[in-house]
Design a protein around this ligand. Structure first.
Ligand SMILES: Cc1ncc(CNC=O)c(N)n1
Length: 231
């Protein structure tokens, strides 16, 4: 029956992002199950590593905000669906209270966030973000990279909150920041926006989007490596 075949076909159809997550599983696991994340999850994390991560991530988030602003601009220009802008704006809103969170967390650890020198892996990642801000970079590439950046943190820190984890009490707030269900829902909303645009994208845009996602995963691994101390 025609309808049944179509239904079968639709069910078996794997999304573009799902295909990439399977194809690049090793790299994805490397980014979301990094030894630094495992050390938080099993409670063996070296606090000086955590403090280094906190200082560096504050620098990253300051560069991330203008990147998200350009994704919003591209959404306004290239997307006809108002939900795109709503989801991106909600992401910007959470970034707004993220700075307050960093300042509170920094004072809790006696860490100063002013005049911290960005380390190489951080500079490289921020330069990559800047490259995505160019008007030459299509919305599909930018929104999918945005999804990947958020999802790595959501997946990593949610892992530290799962049953069986031994995350120290004083680090749970950090894990909750990105590991909470609300952030998970937000990442899924970003993924469905990215999927929607990837379905309609040309092969060329898809290829460049896949390359950008791989870049994000590699920069995230380098960022965790830097946090752990092997810059
Ligand atoms: C290195 C890195 N990647 C992703 C995130 C999560 N996005 C915004 O907070 C982050 N804070 N830092």
């Amino acid at each position: 029956m025609e309808r049944k075949d179509e239904a079968e076909e639709a069910k078996s159809k794997v999304s573009v992002i799902e295909t990439w997550l399977r194809k690049h599983r090793l790299l994805y696991v490397g980014a979301t199950r990094h030894p630094f994340i495992h050390s938080i999850r099993d409670g063996s994390v070296d606090i000086s590593s955590f403090k280094r991560w906190l200082e560096q991530d504050y620098i990253f988030v300051r560069a991330f905000v203008p990147f998200v602003a350009t994704v919003l601009l591209k959404a306004w220009k290239e997307s006809f669906d108002a939900t795109d802008m709503d989801v991106i704006l909600s992401g910007m809103a959470s970034l707004n209270d993220e700075f307050a969170w960093f300042n509170k967390e920094a004072s809790k650890w006696g860490v100063s966030l002013t005049n911290v020198a960005p380390q190489k892996a951080n500079l490289d990642y921020c330069r990559f973000l800047e490259s995505l801000m160019s008007s030459e970079v299509e919305y599909t590439v930018a929104i999918t990279a945005f999804w990947a950046i958020e999802t790595v943190y959501q997946d990593s820190f949610a892992h530290c909150l799962e049953d069986g984890s031994n995350t120290p009490e004083e680090l749970r707030d950090t894990c909750q920041r990105w590991g909470n269900d609300g952030f998970g829902q937000y990442c899924r909303a970003l993924q469905s926006i990215a999927e929607h645009h990837l379905e309609k994208a040309s092969d060329d845009v898809r290829k460049r989007t896949e390359a950008a996602v791989l870049d994000v995963l590699e920069y995230e691994v380098a960022f965790w490596n830097m946090s752990q101390g092997d810059t």
